[in-house]
Design a protein around this ligand. Structure first.
Ligand code: NDP
Length: 481
């Protein structure tokens, strides 16, 4: 069985411990490869390699960095099919989704930041009347740590390492232990692309051993993290006293607000996607759906019909819409929330159970798309992140009322509003406590825009020049003449 290797100092290497963890294919519920069970010794080797590579990489001409990253882009594109297949097997998502969303986005991430770095400009300030002027250098911070989750493995991993490398930093990265495969395949492509040794180092293993060692290491100057809010809090507690730069993209419990005057067909089709794409395992999925009362019954009926038509099954089949849940642990967590919803008095309109998928996936971890009705906005089911194919539907009567419902949670990542009333759309966009608001669309991304959350959904912004700024430090130089 395949043993994944760490990527340190330009080479693929075994963990120092010689120990490996099981890597599961969630669609069949079986181990299909092994992951290095690395520890702080492997992280030390990676930090040493990143430190050694930093002087040369930070002084490499931006255009040369661009050329190397674009070679990587070409290699990812050339290997799109095999990467998509690997992502689907490792994560459980439909291969069609990996082929059209995950891997193309990894390509876009590298392409975007390879070019963006060439357009990052420094400022100067003329101190009129003081015979002086200032210019501001923007220098790469040094060795940085990038830690990513399991839901969009290569997509989110590259969303961090692409700007870090493009900015001139060297990186010690840890993909989720649950979905390490495409990061491993990427390390092979980095070697093929001629990325200098030590610029990117990938250490596989668990959060408590590898992730913590990266966060705690004194030579790692900045941490870019995407994952759960509790983990983000633990990272902040360790990193803050060391004055590290921190970018934290955390959990969400996003509202989807539907007014009676919306473009109904467009709303319905998009709401099915925003609820159940990637088995609902996207931090931006809208899991609390608020519907204006005049169209509540119609929406309920039509939404149920559409959702019941979704095909749950083998992620490798082209007709599959909803694949497997990423791990048994996460499967159990989602099922326990469905139980909680029931205990809180909710009615399960559809789903709520694990369907049997015949054939090779009969032992996989599947959950049918689940719609729950009849719960108050402030119960636990409606306040806590479930991160699975589970949504609640609730009627509302006024703009103020739904705004109160939407803003009642501790999270503030994204919100979706469906209305043809322009004034109302702008009013709500300004008042929603959320880092991202989509009006009449969902997951429409322009990589130049700031991406991130407020409240317990995180600190800092990714995307555009924000990420390049995060991985660089400003230094003002004042010249008297
Ligand atoms: P986790 O917080 O459990 O893990 C995220 C990463 O952190 C993993 O690589 C994990 O390793 C690692 N990790 C775990 N513990 C530590 C630690 N003590 N120190 C350092 N690193 C650690 O999140 P999940 O992987 O479960 O991802 C799901 C969560 O991510 C959801 O809450 C979701 O909302 C959020 N998310 C947020 C996004 C955003 O942009 N705001 C986007 C996507 C997801 P390991 O896997 O080995 O445990």
């Amino acid at each position: 069985m395949l043993k994944i290797e760490n990527y340190i100092a330009g080479s693929l290497v075994a963990p120092i411990s010689g120990e490996y963890l099981d890597n599961f294919d969630p669609s069949i519920g079986e181990v299909y490869s092994y992951i290095p069970d690395s520890d702080e010794r492997d992280v030390q080797l990676a930090v040493d390699a990143a430190n050694a590579a930093f002087p040369a990489w930070s002084n490499t001409a931006t255009e040369e960095r661009f050329t190397i990253l674009m070679r990587l882009v070409a290699l990812i594109e050339r290997n799109l099919e095999s990467l998509a297949l690997a992502e689907s097997i490792d994560q459980g998502k439909p291969v069609s989704l990996a082929r059209t969303v995950d891997i193309p986005r990894a390509v876009s991430n590298f392409r975007f930041y390879a070019t963006a770095a060439m357009h990052l400009a420094n400022e100067s300030h003329d101190s009129v009347g003081q015979s002086a002027f200032n210019y501001t250098l923007r220098q790469p911070v040094g060795v940085v740590g990038c830690i990513s989750p399991w839901n969009l493995p290569l997509y989110l991993f590259t969303w961090k390492i692409a700007p870090a490398i493009a900015a001139g930093c060297t990186v010690v990265a840890k993909p989720s232990e649950v979905t390490p495969m495409t990061a491993y395949l990427l390390s092979k492509l980095c070697i093929e692309a001629g990325l200098p040794a030590g610029v990117l180092n990938i250490v596989h293993g668990t959060g408590p051993r590898v992730g913590s060692a990266i966060v705690e290491h004194k030579d790692v100057k900045a941490i870019s993290f995407t994952g759960g809010t509790a983990t983000g809090e633990a990272i902040a507690r360790t990193a803050a006293p060391m004055f590290k730069k921190l970018s934290l993209e955390l959990g969400g419990k996003n509202p989807n607000i539907i007014f009676a005057d919306c473009n109904y067909e467009e709303m319905l089709a998009t709401t099915v996607r925003s609820s159940f794409s990637n088995q609902g395992e996207i931090c931006l999925c809208g899991s609390r759906i608020f519907i204006e009362r005049p169209i509540y019954e119609k929406f309920r009926r039509d939404f149920l019909d559409r959702v019941n038509a979704l095909q749950v099954g083998d992620p490798l089949l082209p007709e599959t819409n909803v694949g497997a849940i990423v791990s048994k642990q996460h499967f159990d967590k989602i099922m326990s929330y469905i139980g909680l919803a029931h205990d809180e008095g909710g009615t399960i309109l559809t789903g709520g159970s694990s369907p049997t998928v015949d054939g090779r996936c009969e032992n996989g971890w599947f959950i049918s798309p689940t719609i729950i009705e009849g719960l108050p906005y402030d119960c636990r089911t409606n306040q806590e992140e479930i991160f699975g194919p589970v949504v609640t539907i609730m009627p509302f009567d006024s703009e103020d009322e739904v705004l109160g419902f939407a803003n009642s949670v501790r999270y503030g990542l994204s919100a979706t509003v469906w209305t043809e009333n322009l004034s109302r759309a702008h009013r709500l966009a300004a008042r929603l406590e959320s880092g991202i608001v989509w009006i009449n669309c969902w997951l429409q991304r322009d990589l130049r825009t700031p991406f991130g959350g407020v409240k317990d959904s995180g600190v800092g912004r990714e995307g555009g020049f924000e990420a390049l700024k995060f991985f660089t430090e400003e230094k003002n130089v004042c010249i008297k003449f």
